[in-house]
Design a protein around this ligand. Sequence first.
Ligand code: SIN
Length: 532
Amino acid sequence: MTAHAADRLWEASADLVVVGTGVAGLTAALDAAEAGLRVVVVTKDAADEGSTRWAQGGVAVVLGDLAGDSVEAHIADTLAAGGGLNDEAAVAAIIRGGPAAVRRLRERGASFDARGGRLDRTREGGHSAFRVVHAGGDATGAEVERALLAAASGLALLTGHVAVDAVRDASGRAAGLSVLDDAGRPGLLRAPAVLLASGGYGQLYASTTNPGTSTGDGVALALRAGATAADLEFVQFHPTVLYTGPAVGRRPLVTEAVRGEGAVLRDRTGTRFMTGVHPLADLAPRDVVAAAITRRMAETGADAVYLDATGLPGFAKRFPTVFASCREAGVDPRREPIPVTPAAHYACGGVVADVDGRTSVPGLYAAGEVARTGLHGANRLASNSLLEGLVTGERVVRAVVADLGTPRSASSELVLPAPAVGVADRGVVQRAMSAFAGIGRDAAGLAVASDVVEAATQPATPIDRAGVEDAALTLLAQAVLAAAGTRRETRGCHVRTDFPERDDVWQRSSLPISLDASGRPVIGTDVLAGVA
Ligand code: SIN
């Protein structure tokens, strides 16, 4: 759906174009510049407006300086949380790469909280040990983003430009990126390597922890370029966002580290309800806690449950971000339980990529939340996402450098995707997805949501950022609904009320999604094993 060649206002060239200024994109851009590549970073908003800055809990990593934890235990926890769908080689590679990547981040200026001469660790759902390093108490993402942006101050950074399409050469290889600026003016960045690091699609839902930028642009762009996506049905809902009444848009996160430090969930009668649900009780993996909260809200007819942190010493100092959000909402977590509900939080699936970021389209790479490396399986372990962004952000640059050394087509002719796509009203999509494709889905509801999205979808050629985002959300809605309807079992974040059990028929199988000739998502039948 790119602008026609004749409409292009400007052209520029680079060795690598990076889409996104979060942890994966900036890590890659910095490494690429250090490797001598001409790199241009593109972001549709201000540089710090992505999801990374909103991350609270921290980075899960085993640094080897504490007894009682090991990389093997971190791998085991990741696999246990992932519900049998993780790619074990990807899990091992990314988690083993964690300590070096965190060291590198610290060398780049990130400052983590310390206690007693070593980095402080917290715990989150699904972790068998205190292994999550954090910054500013509960402002880890903000510190990571600050440090990486400061380190990247000398890089070519194009803010206010939304990525529209990957353009390809005659051989099908990615050859650049078409963009629109804030005024809707088109441009073209020619480059033999394009890295998508554009985050997830939490804005598919009315209530989410994600910023307004998380509209699935990267997954949609990759699908249109011919890449495969997978595991899109595994939308992770964070168990605890601050409940302040019915509201839409980004909601304030209440980090799982609050439970890691001892807070417990209670229903409206004050009864604890996680004990007996899972051996780890309130610190069960996130999918388990979010589903249990949803059930308890339905059973009690309440709009929220309550996170009781009144017994935690020094709450305001340890969790300044959460404390400020609570106080703004008139809640004092030192004296009263915090009303919380689940909200859409993280895309466990995405563009199928190996741990070096390679997708099925040569020259097109993906890293961070936009990618499906197989680290997360059916449910991401808390604080493995900043880790994945750091590790794969580094690895992808080594892959790009190696791939740039291989012979390529000499043709400079570009193939542009068809300009028209399907676009539905964003509010209609969000309401349908929230009502029928959240925690607890069934065939009838998914069919209703599909019909609603279908009826609202019109052919259009997006001419500005909002249009590009709406097109991406429409395509993602179609794809998530197709995948959620196909997976007739409950696994990880995908809870089917009409198929409430895990079914071994689906063990180890991911649903690969690509676009047919008319641009509609279709599900492949093959079991995925790494890159399609
Ligand atoms: C949290 O702090 O609870 C969120 C961490 C994450 O999503 O990994």
